[in-house]
Design a protein around this ligand. Structure first.
Ligand SMILES: *[C@@H]1O[C@H](CO)[C@@H](O)[C@H](O)[C@H]1NC(C)=O
Ligand SMILES: *[C@@H]1O[C@H](CO)[C@@H](O)[C@H](O)[C@H]1NC(C)=O
Ligand SMILES: *[C@@H]1O[C@H](CO)[C@@H](O)[C@H](O)[C@H]1NC(C)=O
Ligand SMILES: *[C@@H]1O[C@H](CO)[C@@H](O)[C@H](O)[C@H]1NC(C)=O
Length: 494
């Protein structure tokens, strides 16, 4: 369903309203489905509301590469694909995208990251990628979609913390954690640049995170990051003229993707994911300082931390307590955290993943209520039924031909948990956002562009096709069903 602008389209609009589109009901003109210029989302108790006071549920998805995809072809973009995928997502009822609003390059050749970066060196910006970000916001606005703008990243795929720390320390080199090397063996026969690849780097995630976490205490790195925040927040969109800080299409500024506690050593609890409480962890002061800084520049928009929640109750509450953090975030990763095995076809394996999700969503929903801030499940994912792909026989481990039975059942389960929390009397969850929209991308037809990018839903350091949601996947219908349930609940409360 595309946005409509002419009076002749009124019958179609009425028809569309009957199928319960709350975006349309609240927009300024009934014939337009955009985000009106004063329609900011705000937190009210354990819920989100729009400017008319109506409940706002986030039927979201991750689309981190938006600014690169929307850029000109000579900057590695694919504008046609971007529009096609935005239309697909809007038609599926998706009203929220979590996208990157920062990516950092390096003076030396650096692998496994978004290229070209928005910020090739401190304070220097690639205007073509910035225009890509303008286009993302302008086209999302037309479709009534809002954004989480992720400003920084704990992990290597956008540059992120480690790159800022390196910049602040004379471009010092640092080791990479295991990353998917697209050009490593096994290679497909035929044209080069089409995969498959393997993991080749051998650094540890803990050491990498510890290096990047020096951003919490390095004054130079913090100064550079704040300069970036100011630059983005004050940007005037070259497509629609809106200044970013005054554009309600931007629902949220997010400090970073998955900032971690400073001490990467202790793993506690039944899944060995939790950390011992550490009231003097510099992460906490950093969250407070950066969120306070963003608030001073952009008082009309929301702020979130981008924290996962695996670290346990104490950390989750401590990171979300600062007064300028408006709501909590949660990321649930059953395979990455050792609960689920994508090569194990047993029922017990899937049940273990579902049981973990029940516990995780239950925990975070309760913690959210205890600190009186709502919570957004802004990342979760599951691989396809990849045991069906026979690597020994030369097949790609993540080939599209594998079914998605486990993934679909898991999606229904975890989305259902968030919806139940949303509909409960006390509230808690305000939406979900799976990782990540691959749209028309498929590993079987992939081709590296001249920057070495293929733009799967999986970022450049991970196996392409691992967590993608393709446009023909059943997951899309599960997302649409969620939107309908949320809409009918909201309509029933009016
Ligand atoms: C990626 O793999 C290729 C081929 O094995 C190798 O030459 C290259 O050094 C690897 N790159 C990195 C950054 O590990
Ligand atoms: C990928 O690399 C790992 C570790 O070096 C190796 O054990 C594995 O066989 C490789 N996978 C393929 C498909 O070649
Ligand atoms: C598959 O998963 C189940 C449940 O976790 C486990 O009991 C079983 O040993 C696993 N099988 C293999 C081959 O790893
Ligand atoms: C839920 O919280 C309890 C109590 O803190 C903890 O033992 C358990 O490991 C948590 N589970 C998950 C999945 O977060």
């Amino acid at each position: 369903m595309k946005f409509l602008t002419t009076a002749a389209a009124v019958t179609t609009v009425l028809f569309a309203l009957a199928s319960a589109s709350s975006d349309m009901e609240r927009s300024a003109s009934p014939a337009r489905r955009g985000v009106a210029s004063n329609d900011f989302i705000h937190v009210d108790g354990m819920r989100l509301k729009d400017s008319s006071g109506s409940l706002h549920y986030l039927t979201g998805i991750n689309y981190w590469a938006c600014m690169n995809l929307a850029a000109d072809a000579d900057a590695g973009g694919s504008y046609k694909r971007f529009i096609t995928e935005l239309d697909q997502m809007a038609a599926a009822g998706i009203n929220h995208l979590r996208i990157m609003a920062g990516s950092e390059g390096a003076p030396t050749e650096q692998p496994f990251r978004m290229d070209p970066p928005l910020q090739p060196s401190p304070g220097q910006y690639n205007e073509k990628i910035f225009v890509g970000l303008d286009r993302c916001l302008a086209e999302m606005e037309k479709r009534g979609m809002r954004a989480t703008m992720t400003l920084n990243d704990q992990w290597q795929w956008s540059g992120g913390f480690a790159q800022y720390v390196s910049w602040a320390n004379g471009n010092e080199r640092y080791a990479y954690p295991p990353s998917w090397n697209f050009t490593a063996p096994p290679q497909r026969s035929g044209t080069p640049g089409r995969g498959w690849g393997n993991y080749t780097t051998t650094g540890s995630f803990n050491e990498y995170a510890a290096y990047g976490n020096r951003i919490y205490t390095d004054r130079n790195a913090e100064r550079m990051f704040k300069a970036h925040i100011s630059r983005v927040v004050n940007r005037r969109n070259t497509v629609n003229g809106r200044v970013y800080k005054d554009d309600p299409t931007i629902m949220t500024w997010q400090l970073a993707n998955e900032p971690q506690p400073q001490n990467q050593a202790s793993y506690l609890g039944p899944y060995e994911l939790q950390y011992a409480p550490n009231p003097s962890d510099p992460l906490l002061g950093w969250v407070d300082r950066i969120s306070t800084y963003i608030r001073s520049l952009a008082p009309r928009q929301l702020i979130s931390a981008g924290f996962e929640g695996k670290q346990g109750e104490w950390y989750w509450k401590a990171v979300h307590r600062p007064k300028n953090i408006d709501y909590g975030t949660a990321h649930c990763w059953v395979q990455n955290w050792g609960v689920y095995d994508m090569l194990n076809s047993s029922r017990a394996n899937l049940e273990a993943a579902k049981a973990f999700a029940t516990e995780f969503v239950g925990n975070t929903s309760r913690w959210a209520n205890e600190i009186r801030k709502p919570v957004f499940l802004e990342e979760f994912g599951m691989a396809r039924d990849n045991w069906q792909n026979n690597v020994a026989a030369g097949e790609y481990q993540y080939a599209t031909k594998a079914s998605t039975n486990n993934k679909d059942e898991y999606y229904k389960h975890i989305i259902g948990l968030a919806l139940d929390s949303f509909k409960s009397k006390q509230g808690g969850y305000v939406g979900t956002s799976p990782w990540a929209y691959g749209g028309v991308y498929r590993p079987e037809t992939q081709q590296q562009n001249k920057f070495g990018m293929w733009w799967a839903g999986d970022p450049p350091h991970e196996a392409p096709g691992w967590y993608d949601v393709y446009d023909s996947d059943k997951a899309v219908a599960i997302i649409t069903a969620q939107k309908k349930q949320a809409d009918s609940f909201i309509a029933g409360r009016k």
